[in-house]
Design a protein around this ligand. Structure first.
Ligand SMILES: Cc1cc2nc3c(=O)[nH]c(=O)nc-3n(C[C@H](O)[C@H](O)[C@H](O)COP(=O)(O)OP(=O)(O)OC[C@H]3O[C@@H](n4cnc5c(N)ncnc54)[C@H](O)[C@@H]3O)c2cc1C
Length: 438
């Protein structure tokens, strides 16, 4: 194996060129921080082919809040408006029960709550910007198609030394800090023995894109079923020039959460049978369902690093927190991480203190969102009559209670931080609910 004579020097080494790693690297580079971005997959060869996309840029449709789209725009990573759809209305409903909740952005004085973007389109745009940044040659380097062999921290934790392997070549790097954005199974996290908690929801999410007769009117639906959840996200219109069956309709991205056993049963369904089943569960509001794209499935687990900073090593994005996607918050949180660490580094350079300060605030905002996600899942999973009644009242009350609803929706849209009293009230309501269940 060939080894270079001297290590290449950087301020920050970032592992993982998913959406969070790329965002962090571009934000830091904009500030003049010399960055090395490491990615195990090969990105440079024909990056426009879906087969060349990294796992994170797959067939999923992502709902991004206003703050995330602003951030992506600031680093030239937001796909053009004809590849995105605005979410203007959110409708929460329960199968077979009266009472739903209709949330409209106009009523909350927002143009829209957020956007949806196909992950593949996001990946293409992000990689384009990444290559453009590399081409500038101003202290920014991408090492793709690599494995890391060895990482060592200096005794005073002011330096990280890494040895990478690319084909038969060994590459040595040095940086002041190491930021791991290498996803849920983070190898860096394992290398440094960061503690994690894993919660298995015993659920599978099945994803498919549905072409339907009527326009989606920019509505995102969350429908709680007797045994699962069905979410519909408005997706951009199919390419009118395309000659596929999708040509003559409007498209939504469906996420169907079910138990593992139910998923196994439904995997046997033909496209026609699945279309009929989904139409029955969703209702006729979008007219007839015309076509379904091939399905993909994801096992639902929450993986949380209980500590995200050790010396000059930091975890961000899914490497730090991988959440259940029911509230569509995972990438929003990851992009917030990228923005916040860039801000801390702008204030106090690539130092252990910057990482410590960042990790402290990261844990706080994560805890609140995590509680909200799990509360939503708990509240809507119980089939009992009492729980159903509670949910109905909650949805009606939430729609009516502007002082409660507006700050919360502004928070989810990323335009305002939620006041601490909101989380305290949620916590008290939960403990009341838990006591009454005893
Ligand atoms: C079904 C589903 C729907 C979702 N919907 C939403 C949504 O609507 N809104 C939302 O905000 N979030 C959503 N999420 C969550 C969102 O997809 C993730 O939070 C996001 O992709 C995490 O990005 P990341 O960059 O942290 O990690 P990843 O996307 O996992 O990227 C990690 C990168 O690191 C690379 N890597 C891994 N190991 C190494 C290594 N050893 N060396 C070098 N590189 C390495 C990988 O190849 C990859 O490129 C959804 C998730 C799922 C599963």
């Amino acid at each position: 194996m060939n080894t270079q004579a001297n290590p290449m020097l950087f301020d920050a080494i970032i592992v993982g060129a998913g959406p969070v790693g790329i965002s962090a690297a571009l934000l830091l580079s904009q500030q003049g921080v010399r960055c090395a971005l490491l990615e195990k997959n090969t990105l440079r060869e024909k990056p426009t082919k879906p087969t060349q996309q990294t796992n994170s840029f797959d067939g999923r449709t992502l709902a991004l809040n206003l703050e995330s789209s602003r951030l992506l725009n600031s680093i030239n990573c937001l796909p053009s408006s004809d590849s995105t759809q605005a979410i203007k209305t959110i409708r929460v409903s329960q199968q077979g029960h009266f009472g739903s909740c209709l949330l409209e952005s106009e009523r909350e004085h927002l143009s829209h709550f957020g956007i949806t973007v196909n992950s593949i389109d996001l990946g293409k745009k992000m990689q384009e910007s990444l290559f453009a940044e590399c081409a500038k040659g101003e202290g920014f380097s991408l090492f793709d198609g690599i494995d890391f062999e060895h990482i060592e921290l200096s005794d005073d934790y002011s330096m990280v030394s890494m040895t990478l392997k690319k084909n038969e070549e060994a590459i040595s790097l040095q940086g002041k800090i190491l930021i791991a954005a290498d996803g849920t199974q983070s190898q860096v996290r394992q290398y440094f023995d960061f503690p994690v908690t894993v919660k298995d929801y015993q659920q599978i999410a099945t994803l498919t894109k549905i072409t339907h007769q009527n326009h989606h009117q920019n509505i995102a639906h969350e429908r709680f079923l007797n045994n699962g959840i069905l979410a519909f996200l408005p997706t951009h219109l199919s390419n009118p020039k395309s000659s596929t069956k999708e040509t003559n309709g409007y498209v939504s991205s469906a996420v169907w959460l079910q138990t593992q056993a139910d998923t196994l049963k439904n995997e046997q369904l033909s496209e026609e049978q699945l279309t009929t089943t989904l139409e029955k569960l969703f209702g006729k509001q979008y007219g007839q369902f015309l076509h379904l794209s091939p399905r993909s499935t994801y096992a639902m687990k929450e993986t949380i690093a209980t500590k995200t900073q050790k010396h000059n090593v930091l975890l961000i994005g899914n490497a730090a927190h991988s959440l259940h996607p029911v509230a569509g918050q995972g990438l929003n949180l990851g992009l917030q991480d990228a923005q916040n660490i860039a801000q801390q580094i702008a204030l106090s350079d690539c130092t252990v203190e910057s990482l410590q300060r960042f990790a402290h605030t990261q844990q706080k905002s994560l805890e609140n969102i995590r509680r909200f996600v799990n509360d939503l899942l708990d509240r809507f999973s119980s089939p009992s009559k009492l729980a159903t009644l509670q949910r109905t009242l909650l949805m009606i009350g939430f729609e009516k209670a502007t002082p409660l609803r507006r700050p919360f929706l502004h928070h989810l849209s990323g335009v305002q931080t939620i006041p601490p009293w909101f989380w305290k009230t949620l916590k008290s309501l939960n403990s009341l609910r838990e006591k009454s269940a005893l």
